[in-house]
Write a protein that binds this ligand. Sequence first.
Ligand code: KG4
Ligand code: ZN
Length: 445
Amino acid sequence: MEAVFCNISILIRGEITIGTILPNLLRHVCAKRFDWASGRVSSIVFAVFGIKPLPELLWLLSGVPQGCYLSSSFFATGEIMTKPLTILGLESSCDDSAAAVVRYVPDKKAEILSSVIEGQTDLHAQFGGVVPEIAARAHAEKLDYCVERALQESSLTLQKIDAIAVTAGPGLIGGVLAGVMCAKGLAAGSGLPLIGVNHLAGHALTPRLTDNLAFPYLVLLVSGGHCQFLIVNSPTEYRRLGGTIDDAPGEAFDKTAKILGLPQPGGPSVEQAAEAGNAASYSLPRPLLNRPNCDMSFSGLKTAVLRARDTEVSDQGGLSHQARADLCAAFQSAVTDVLAEKSRRALQVYLAENPTAPMFAVAGGVAANSTIRAALETVSKEFGVGFIAPPPSLCTDNAAMIAWAGIERFRLGEQDDLSLSARPRWPLDTKSPVMLGFGKKGAKA
Ligand code: KG4
Ligand code: ZN
């Protein structure tokens, strides 16, 4: 029999008499649009809100032609889903192909059952940065394997998974597309619901995965492509207080490493080299500190490192091991000072609106840096605010945070259908003006 791929999404909200209306309605829609009897329908997604899975509905579903995959989600409108959930997450927005399985049980700490990451550092090494085309091809090759391993390591099969969450942006579009296509294939083949996740939401919600942080909290999201202060009011409501107007700090770490001949990714190598350095040996700028808002700038800092290196090379005939370490320490100290001072400003704004049980969290790849974590913790103490920094492995890109952000959306009754598209830009706060500048992941969100 010829298999025709199609997807029916039926969204029903509100009070209806299930015994009479629903089966007829579904039959009517199906019969009208597709050849129900011949089994030409290969995928049906039911999203039914406001009603429970009563026997009549199950009877209707039992009439679905053989070979037709089916998925259904049942939860009441406006209510948060309270059943346990196990979600498979996929991530491919930059240079890490990743898959993870996360289980949520109400009133318990979420459990990461598996988290597989296939990095691409070696593939991009000779180019001194991430090459989008190479990244996209590698994701397309590696994602299936990551999914297979994530399922194996969690000792689960797809049948035991409740939904598939995937990064749908922002990021390098080829990589995001590879992930979205892989997730769509899995969703269509298994009949599982599909949930498109904003990569930034993945980072911003990680403190809830690790520490069950309550809303509203302040988060500094600081990574290779982004840098922004956000008040997180719910999984879908974010208010941006400010951010970088040019490079992201992770990007500045990466460029600094390149300038100083250190391996990529630059963050960990600069941090390691800085341990043997003296930050006071070089005086580097702290851009925009005189501005009273939460905006930041890091591109001048990287240029200052370049100039300092060139001066060192021309004066001393080369860059000594110690000079390199000193420059790394000076650079790291400048980034830390800017992030700490701007955190004070952001905390003032946040505290004025949220004085009860305030919490400050840091997320994103640069949050793996121990000097920066320590400085932000000190600032939090100054303000009497609790501080959360997730473990470094959950700060850098991973799929557990995508699975978790998927759980958060799914619990609210949200999901996507197979028309989900990949987005290169996808700001979390759509009301704030668009941020300028371009990071390694493209336009800032
Ligand atoms: O969150 P992430 O993995 O990817 C993006 O969403 O961008 O962040 C990657 C960035 C890279 O620029 C990397 O150099 C930086 O995070 N990074 C660090 C450290 N570990 C990773 N930066 C400073 N110190 C670190 N220990
Ligand atoms: Zn990231």
